[in-house]
Design a protein around this ligand. Sequence first.
Ligand SMILES: Cc1cc2nc3c(=O)[nH]c(=O)nc-3n(C[C@H](O)[C@H](O)[C@H](O)COP(=O)(O)O)c2cc1C
Length: 360
Amino acid sequence: MIGGIARTAWPLLRCIDPERAHELSLRALELGLHPRMAQADDTRLQRTLWDIAFPNPIGIAAGFDKDARVPDPLLRLGFGFVEVGTITPLPQSGNPKPRIFRLPDSEAVINRLGFNNSGHNAAIARLKARPTAGIVGVNIGANAKSEDRIGDYETGLDVFSDVADYIVVNISSPNTAQLRDLQAPDALDTLLTRLMVRREQLADAGRGRPPMVVKLAPDIAEADLPLIVERLLHHAVNGISVSNTTITRDTVANEPLASEAGGLSGAPLFDRATRMLARVYRLSGGDVPLIGIGGIDSGRRAVEKIAAGASLIQLYTGLTYAGPSLIDEIKLSLTAALKTRGLASVADLTGQDIDRWLEP
Ligand SMILES: Cc1cc2nc3c(=O)[nH]c(=O)nc-3n(C[C@H](O)[C@H](O)[C@H](O)COP(=O)(O)O)c2cc1C
């Protein structure tokens, strides 16, 4: 019944201001007014990474639940894992509104939120109060006005190490000035040296040692990618997320809102992000788990993302257009793809089609 109401209400959300609609969907999730996964996941969808058994490889991407308000309702919706954040040490309000724009004809969104969030203290209190079951990653960032941005990431590790199943170092948001400069090889070296030292100190103090994932922008120049991946491997990161939103607009040039500043997500991002994913897979020799993100709006595209090199996938914009039934659709497409390709589990699908994405 509740599920029925939620299913009817979902398309209505698209008629109101996007930021208000988002807040309403968070509140509905907080109140339990959401559909629930009907049955346990097919065991062929299980994926074990970093000694964590993911019941399925489909996660909700960062930005949906910035303040860790609803990780458990999202898990009940059928996601295999939830990434909360981006969370910065201090609360901050982000950029002036309006700052989220729908491009409905392209099934895309442009956002320039700018890490609006309630800060570490609010999030850690919620995460400590939640049940330990269910996989929750924490995406950490730096305050816009911080004088020591790397210090902000270290603080993120200090605060979330013992509650996060994995940590994402988000250095790829286009909406905090100069944040993406941390992706440059020298800056990345400094950042990762400090974070890896801090992680070992925390582990020695019995505070946990979560896998560390770095989230990249899809706008990194092709020529710069090999050195960046080499640096990530050198520092032995445990995963790479590909990708965040893009500042390019070539795929939405005819959209009236295309000139709004911010990061573009959704269907028009799919090809760019998936090509980059396949390149990172090739450059890393398939040795590091990759989280494939960007433009997944159907079961078919989820299969393509995994076959292009993803061990796990995440989505956000596709969910706002298609609604929660997209999660079941993806699960069905994945099991169907395994059957068609004669594969035993979703792990075998990872990287099967990278050549297709690397052709000139
Ligand atoms: C409104 C909005 C807010 C976002 N906020 C964050 C964020 O705080 N941190 C982050 O790492 N990514 C953020 N993202 C990027 C998503 O996590 C994801 O990388 C991107 O949207 C591409 O996936 P999609 O096409 O499925 O939406 C945000 C995306 C949107 C649409």
